[in-house]
Unconditional design. Structure first.
Length: 103
């Protein structure tokens, strides 16, 4: 992921670098959550993504969905079979560059 990417449509926590741009994990309450910089908010603040599934969602073109609750990453063929994440969480669509797809 290019760290010079500017991420649009972030929550205030994400824009301040206090939450993951993929799963929205709050780094203030999720102590010990490993994360890395993945770009900048429109105002210039550095933004981060959790290591693991969220990082995979940014770098693996196969990944098209990430669960908001357990942060498991899925490809399109997985979600057709599953419908929802086994944990019961919401599967959020992710575009080819890691951006959330909006309709």
């Amino acid at each position: 992921m290019n760290p010079a990417v500017v991420w649009p449509d972030l929550t205030p926590m994400q824009a301040d670098g206090l939450a993951c741009v993929i799963c929205r994990a709050n780094y203030l309450t999720a102590r010990g959550s490993a994360h890395r910089p993945v770009g900048y908010a429109p105002g210039g603040g550095q933004v981060f993504a959790c290591l693991g599934a969220c990082e995979q969602a940014l770098t693996d073109p196969w990944v098209e969905w990430v669960c908001d609750d357990c942060t498991t990453a899925y490809g399109w063929h997985d979600t057709e079979a599953l419908g929802t994440c086994p944990c019961g969480g919401y599967l959020r669509p992710i575009g080819p560059d890691g951006f959330e797809v909006t309709s």
